[in-house]
Design a protein around this ligand. Structure first.
Ligand SMILES: Cc1cc2nc3c(=O)[nH]c(=O)nc-3n(C[C@H](O)[C@H](O)[C@H](O)COP(=O)(O)OP(=O)(O)OC[C@H]3O[C@@H](n4cnc5c(N)ncnc54)[C@H](O)[C@@H]3O)c2cc1C
Ligand SMILES: Cc1cc2nc3c(=O)[nH]c(=O)nc-3n(C[C@H](O)[C@H](O)[C@H](O)COP(=O)(O)O)c2cc1C
Ligand code: SF4
Length: 667
């Protein structure tokens, strides 16, 4: 008998995971689970955290895509104020919808976890007293070191939560003991400075977390399994390291069924780009820690790992090498709900890559300042939760229910950048016949420029994925090397024309600007620059360019007029950019104006007055402007004309992808 091909290729990934608990066996279909994600749950953000039909659809979609389990974050106390997590308040919980979720997930033999999070010092609610392991300050608020009465209060919340989870039909409870939340606060020597029986030795630091696990087990017995989220590394000086975590596992494992390893703490906000790994963080960055823990003598329960895991072959290798017994993915699952099924079907090349941009998590948090170890937001969070690459994610089911087109249409797409390709794909998927006109020899537009930067691998993977999908779509015809004109498109007589001609770089009116080089012309031609480089414009691209060029040995200075560098980047990504600019010794001049470009550099002005910044090469990176003049020549070429992407509004990938997708989708 021959095995299915996927079992030959990925024997470890597709080996079911069996957890024995009492007389029960809980069988996970495979070793790939979805990591808890609060804010993407369409049922979570709506209805005050009560799961609704959108939520049921969302989580079932993940399981239908092949993931063996999902985990729904729920905060205790429910009014802890982390928006987007589910609400397990017994007064408010919507049991029937919880059960509808279980039924749909169980139809695919998937498993559900309720994730218990106690915010501890990180609770947001202003009316709640912050309590944690030890007396301290957090983000300007006093934190009370918990006494026995406080502990009993939390244990009671754990019991209530566990009881709700059981009544709601969950298969397991995942207890969050990482990332700076309450139980981690006790486990970590950084925050647990107690000198009583709850602080100091690893046994003492585990004491309160174990009391919580006992309280939960008391309520659920063997009916539900328990999984832990544990830090293998706090990524902060003086914090937990893998060897310490392994000692914790030896103590905690008797009370739980499985443990997975993550990293980082909210106490040091600069660890955020590792907790939620950005493009600057290596892939599978927690696997070294899970390996140390798993291979520690005496550890006998399954050990999982999470963090920047998305490549199928590397995932199989990680499991085959014994670095973990199972893996969890958050963003790979958000970006492509069908990740597991595509691997199973041998369609790895069709997996839509995640950009690791963290738009889904940061949802519009911009211009964040990192002051000391605390985080201050200079821009309001929009709570506009989206996945940049997966336009149907986090939209509820409303867009999915848009009526199908009444007939197949002839569609012309002008421009084969990210926006144009997305429009072509969604139109073709809806049954329309599409022709893309691209004036250059390559598809991808501006996204191609990033290919040379080491921290833009995901962007490269994404535009290459898009191109593959476009090239193999039977309803899409490509006209490369073809600069479309209004006459050409009119002659084609399409039902609809989608205009995606992009943007042009802005040339600022600085005297001597002709001596400078434009940023887009630098990519791929870096060897033509001198040693000392001045970049005028400290937006995302200017800052990224400085990291890229510094890595190639240039000495870079960035001149930025405003008070923020990379001010439009999302919070976590921005932190990575700032960290790397510092690491690469980029000279950042904020609140500084470029007055003139000369043969020897840039004359600048700031609070210190006027001075000369020496440079061998000057690069202009002051943003882009929609190509409205070209765009508008196509205004009357078809019955429907829709502008998308950068030519509608010079913006970013999110805008290019969503506006492109929508244009093709609504025809
Ligand atoms: C270096 C760099 C890094 C970036 N990094 C990020 C990032 O990290 N995150 C993010 O969100 N955004 C980023 N961006 C911005 C993002 O890449 C763009 O917003 C997005 O790619 C715009 O896509 P588009 O399809 O609208 O336009 P474009 O990519 O400009 O595509 C327009 C296409 O139209 C073609 N065209 C123009 N006129 C015609 C015509 N008449 N006939 C036929 N074809 C025509 C062009 O050749 C081009 O291929 C970055 C941009 C750059 C340059
Ligand atoms: C949108 C989003 C929401 C998240 N919400 C939670 C949460 O509520 N609870 C939690 O434990 N982790 C949460 N995480 C962290 C993930 O579970 C995971 O640990 C992290 O994203 C790293 O995994 P990845 O690289 O596969 O995305 C969230 C992550 C994302 C991207
Ligand atoms: S592409 Fe961006 S928004 Fe989508 S899952 Fe990945 S990190 Fe989140």
């Amino acid at each position: 008998m021959t095995k299915p091909a996927y079992k030959e290729k990925y024997p470890h990934m597709f080996e079911p995971l069996v957890i024995k608990r009492g007389k029960r066996e809980v069988v996970f279909n495979n070793r790939v689970m979805m990591s808890p994600v609060g804010i993407v749950a369409t049922g979570g953000g709506a209805d005050n955290g009560r799961i609704n039909a959108f939520g049921v659809d969302y989580w079932t979609g993940i399981i239908r895509g092949g993931f063996s389990s999902v985990a729904l974050p729920m905060e205790i106390p429910a009014e802890g104020a982390h928006a987007g997590v589910f609400n397990m308040d017994p007064e408010q919980v919507n049991y029937m919808n919880m059960h509808l979720l279980q039924r749909s997930v169980h139809a695919y033999n998937g498993k559900t976890f309720a994730e218990l999070i106690h915010g501890g010092r990180c609770m947001v609610a202003k009316n709640l007293e912050l309590k944690a392991a030890a007396d301290s300050e957090y983000q300007g608020r006093h934190v009370k070191g918990m006494d026995k009465e406080d502990m009993e209060e939390v244990l009671q919340l754990c019991r209530e939560f566990a009881s709700q989870a059981r009544r709601s039909g969950f298969d397991g409870i995942m207890v969050h003991m990482a990332h700076g939340w309450l139980f981690h606060d006790f486990l970590s020597p950084i925050t647990n400075t107690r000198t009583d029986e709850f602080g100091g030795s690893v046994e003492n630091r585990c004491r309160f977390p174990i009391m919580a696990l006992k309280a939960i087990r008391q309520v659920i017995g063997d009916d539900l399994i328990i999984e832990l989220r544990l830090n293998g590394n706090d990524e902060m000086e003086g914090g937990i390291l893998p060897e310490d975590a392994a000692q914790q596992v030896l103590l905690l494992q008797d009370y739980v069924d499985m443990i997975h390893i993550t990293c980082g703490t909210r106490v040091d906000v600069t660890s955020r780009p590792k907790m939620h790994p950005t493009n600057y963080c290596p892939t599978e960055h927690n696997a070294y820690a899970s390996e140390i823990i798993k291979k520690t003598p005496g550890v006998h329960i399954p050990i999982g790992v999470v963090g920047a895991i998305s490549d199928p072959e590397r995932t199989e290798k990680l499991l085959a090498d014994g670095k973990a017994d199972y893996v969890l993915m958050a963003r790979a699952a958000i970006a492509d709900n069908n990740w597991v099924n595509k691997v199973k079907e041998g369609r790895e090349e069709d997996i839509r890559p995640c950009l690791r941009c963290l738009y889904c998590l940061d949802h519009g948090r911009r211009k964040a300042k990192v002051s000391g170890k605390e985080l201050a937001m200079a821009a309001e969070v929009s709570f506009d939760r989206r996945c940049v690459v997966n336009p149907l994610s986090m939209q509820g089911i409303s867009k999915k229910m848009f009526p199908a087109p009444l007939r197949s249409k002839k569609v012309a797409v002008i421009g084969g950048g990210v926006a144009g390709m997305n429009a072509a794909l969604s139109a073709a998927d809806r049954g329309h016949d599409v022709t893309i006109f691209e004036k250059s020899e390559k598809l991808g537009g501006q996204a191609l420029l990033s290919d040379v930067m080491w921290f833009k691998k995901e962007m490269k993977a994404y535009h290459e994925w898009l191109e593959r999908q476009v090239r193999k779509h039977p309803r899409i015809k490509l006209m490369m090397h073809t600069e479309a004109t209004p006459e050409m498109i009119s002659d084609l007589d399409p039902d609809a024309a989608i205009i995606a001609v992009g943007a042009e770089q802005i040339v600022p009116p600085i005297p001597g600007v002709e001596k400078a080089v434009m940023a887009f012309d630098v990519f791929g031609n870096e060897d033509q620059l001198g040693k000392k480089v001045a970049i005028i414009g400290g937006g995302d691209i200017g800052c990224e360019l400085s990291i890229h060029l510094s890595g190639l040995g240039h000495e870079c200075a960035v001149i930025e007029m405003s008070h923020y560098q990379a001010g439009n980047a999302e919070l976590t990504e921005r932190m990575s950019i700032l960290q790397w600019m510092e690491k690469e010794h980029v000279n950042t001049l904020l609140d500084t104006q470029a007055l003139e470009i000369t043969d020897t550099g840039v004359r600048i002005k700031n609070a210190d007055g006027e001075s000369m910044l020496e440079a061998d090469s000057v690069i202009i990176c002051t943003g882009t402007r929609a190509l409205t003049n070209i765009r508008d020549t196509f205004r009357d070429v078809a019955f429907d004309v829709i502008n998308i992407g950068d030519c509608k509004k010079a913006s970013n990938m999110q805008h290019a992808i969503e506006s492109g997708f929508d244009a093709g989708y609504i025809l």
